[in-house]
Design a protein around this ligand. Structure first.
Ligand code: AVI
Length: 320
């Protein structure tokens, strides 16, 4: 496995310092994903309330052949998956392409080496034809390194991961992808759609408490990696959803006024009672939002697939 940026720990410390020093405290959601966070996210994905994974899996399982046909080419091709996921959906696509005698190089890119190792264990056995080339990296940094042209590339960003960016960040990210693409390349993106707000609220507040633990794991991680003294039971997981904007937000509410020391940063952070640490945004989309977003980054929607409940969409975007 290739590691492109080995300085994750330093960056984590800087982001925690910066985020907890702001008037509106925040910690970037990318830091959810340490080994325990990866496990909790797997549990979230199998929880009955978290419909996103099932919906996208349904699209890949029932429309995989159409999806493969929409992406097929007569040139050699690499599939670059930004954020590696659990491999199930990708395996359906790679298998569908293989049935059409299209064996693409598969390059999953992920910040979590643990996820990439699990992915390799799941995908490679039984697929001798698969050229698996994992890259351990922050895909935002890595995208700047791709030279457009040469081999044909399909960039893939599933699971509504795009929704974890603010709209400004999403456009910046999409422009980075656009800049890495040559004519004939494609971008396959999965987006969660607006729907009954109660369905969305339940998905971010599952009864088993996996999402709560996932959110609180950020504090556990600061305690362990940066020698912090967060008391987990003095913070509460707070998910909210605004149907008009389609923004679902998660945060951690301080139940009491308190000071928390983080020794590695040599800092004490003060929390007012009810003060929130913003931890995640999960944007939900409609056709208008998707049109605005794709065109702002220079894309046109070439093909769109939805699941049977109209909850989720996977789309092929090409350069305008
Ligand atoms: C990875 N990402 C698309 C998930 C989401 O739905 O925003 C992360 C997540 N957060 C809480 N539950 C799942």
């Amino acid at each position: 496995m290739r590691t492109w940026n080995p300085e994750f720990d330093r960056i984590f410390a800087e982001h925690v310092l910066e985020g907890l020093s702001r008037p509106e405290k925040s910690i970037p959601s990318r830091y959810f994903y340490d080994a325990r966070g990866d496990r909790l996210f797997q549990s979230i994905m199998t929880s009955p309330e978290y419909y996103l994974t099932d919906c996208e899996l349904e699209i890949f399982a029932t429309r995989g052949d159409e999806l493969a046909r929409a992406l097929m080419t007569d040139r050699s091709c690499e599939l670059v998956e930004l954020g590696s996921g659990d491999g199930l959906k990708t395996s359906l696509l790679l298998d569908a392409l293989h049935e059409h005698h299209q064996d693409w190089v598969y390059r999953p890119v992920d910040i979590s080496d643990n996820s990439l190792e699990l992915l390799e264990q799941r995908l490679v056995p039984g697929r001798p034809w698969l050229d698996f080339q994992a890259i351990h990296a922050n895909y935002l940094d890595l995208l700047r390194e791709f030279e457009p042209g040469g081999v044909r590339r399909v960039f893939m960003f599933l699971g509504s991961n795009l929704g974890n960016y603010s709209s400004r960040q999403a456009i910046t990210f999409l422009r980075l992808i656009h800049a890495a693409m040559a004519p004939g390349d494609a971008f396959l993106v999965g987006l969660d759609l607006k729907k009954d707000p109660d369905v969305i609220r339940a998905a971010y507040n599952d009864a088993a408490g996996y999402t709560r633990d996932f959110n609180l794991n950020l504090l556990t991680r600061i305690n362990r990696e940066l020698d912090g003294d967060f008391k987990l039971d003095s913070f509460e997981h707070v998910p909210v959803y605004d149907p008009a904007s389609g923004v679902a937000r998660s945060g951690l509410r301080s139940r009491v006024e308190q000071n928390v020391r983080v020794a590695a940063l040599d800092c004490v952070f003060h929390f007012r009672r009810d003060e929130i640490i913003h931890t995640e945004i999960s944007q939900k989309y409609d056709e208008v939002l998707i049109g605005e977003l794709s065109s702002a980054a220079g894309f046109v929607v070439d093909k769109a697939f939805v699941d049977s409940r109209n909850y989720f969409t996977d789309q092929v975007w090409v350069c305008a």
